[in-house]
Design a protein around this ligand. Structure first.
Ligand code: AMP
Length: 397
């Protein structure tokens, strides 16, 4: 058997897959099926011979995964001779039940189904991906890797909201945190870059992508994170507001007659950078800001101010900080965000070197001057590799 894991990330109308060598992290192939259920579904397969793209009606996730398997056969690499070790599934919400990846069986499926009210958009799609993969790979072990699991080490005082006992005890109202796979991968890579063991370092990880979250990681364990019961809380994101006064929905209900569900929808899909600048893609926000668009200037300032506020708060949570790490689309690519978000923090030992920060390298690297008290790092995230590693660890134990 090889160390290859097929990693599957099933969304409501999409299916992403990667064939990863869990030991080296090399992706032998990957692909994306989009607009599942529509007439013009699109499938792109990145194989050893380049990209193959098809457009056809793809009815459901089973049709999508069958299409992916066909693409492996026609464009490579063939899965037949490969002896996959496992299929690893990204599952968004593991609630308080899963602090680690787990082998998928009927009991796990029932537990993830019970958690659907906490992640009504994501968990059903993840379950669909699992059901389909179990049908198409009946002999392979399947492993669920939860986005919430890394944050299950949060202490009770960090995950508890100050709300009535019945909400907490009977309805699971607490902070869970998300992007855990990325925070786990990036915090471990940061330790490696510092030449130390994860257990020896305290790091603040800023995952700035379409979704944004920050975590405080002490000795390899997450002790605080910005996303909460759902991924809405915390930093300003592409289309999500992040933190706001919990009284806002009731105010909008009184003033505009909006229901809580309508407000929730707009806070998730019409807020954040989109609400402030009219665009959720950070490259577009940057273009508009450079052109002097006042909405985009404000969006940038609100975005960076929120990050700075969290860095200060998580510095206080950790007490000592060895590194601040930027990752994901914006964190890895926007030197201007990195510089702005950390400006004025020199008294905390946090400095960004302009030349190092503006280098166009895509490798994991340090962007703080030599000898500064807190290392500032850029570390590309690799959630697929982390899922593959965790899945392999489960099937090899
Ligand atoms: P992710 O969710 O990690 O794929 O990140 C997506 C976000 O990263 C989008 O808002 C992109 O606009 C942003 N992004 C990607 N490349 C760049 C770049 N070169 N400069 C600024 N933002 C970028």
């Amino acid at each position: 058997m090889t160390d290859h894991v097929l990693v599957i990330n099933a969304g409501s109308s999409s299916l992403k897959y990667s064939l990863i060598d869990a030991k080296s992290g090399t992706a032998a192939a990957s692909g994306l099926v989009e607009r599942i259920g529509e007439d013009e579904s699109r499938h792109v397969h990145h194989g050893p011979d380049g990209d193959a793209e098809t457009t056809r009606p793809i009815a459901d996730h089973e049709d999508a995964l069958r299409g992916a398997l066909d693409a492996f056969e026609s464009h490579g690499p063939s899965l037949d001779g490969l002896e996959l070790a496992a299929v690893g599934h990204r599952v968004v919400h593991g609630g308080s039940l899963f602090g680690a990846p787990a082998l998928i069986d009927d009991k796990l499926i029932a537990a993830v189904t019970d958690l659907v009210p906490l992640a009504p958009l994501h968990n059903p799609a993840n379950l669909e991906g699992i059901e389909v993969a179990r049908r198409l790979f009946p002999d392979l072990p399947q492993v669920a890797v939860f986005d919430t699991a890394f944050h299950q080490t949060l202490p009770e005082h960090a995950y508890t909201y100050a709300v009535p006992l019945a909400w907490r005890d009977e309805h699971g109202v607490r902070r869970y945190g998300f992007h855990g796979t990325s925070h786990a991968f990036v915090s471990a890579e940061a330790a490696r870059l510092l030449g130390r063991e994860p257990a020896e370092v305290n790091v603040i990880v800023l995952h700035l992508g379409n979704g944004c979250s920050v975590s405080a990681v002490r000795g390899g364990q997450s002790v605080e994170t910005s996303m909460g019961l759902t991924p809405l809380e915390g930093l300003v994101m592409g289309t999500r507001s992040g933190d706001l006064d919990p009284a806002v929905p009731a105010y909008l209900e009184r003033e505009l007659g909006l229901t809580a569900t309508e407000v929730d929808k707009q806070l998730n899909s019409a807020s954040g950078l989109k609400g402030l600048a009219g665009a959720n893609d950070f490259r577009e926000v940057t273009r508009r800001r450079d052109a002097g668009d006042p909405g985009a200037v404000l969006a940038f300032d609100v975005y960076c101010h929120r990050i700075r506020k969290y860095v200060g708060a998580y510095y206080a949570v950790l007490g000592t900080v060895d590194a601040i790490v930027f990752t994901a689309g914006v964190g890895e690519h926007s030197a201007v965000v990195r510089a702005a978000a950390l400006s004025g923090l020199e008294q905390l030992g946090i400095t960004v070197d302009d030349d190092l920060n503006s280098s166009s390298s895509t490798d994991a690297r340090r962007i703080s001057p030599d000898g500064s008290r807190v290392a500032v790092l850029v570390v590309p995230t690799n959630e697929e590799w982390q899922i593959a590693r965790e899945a392999l660890a489960v099937v090899r134990t």
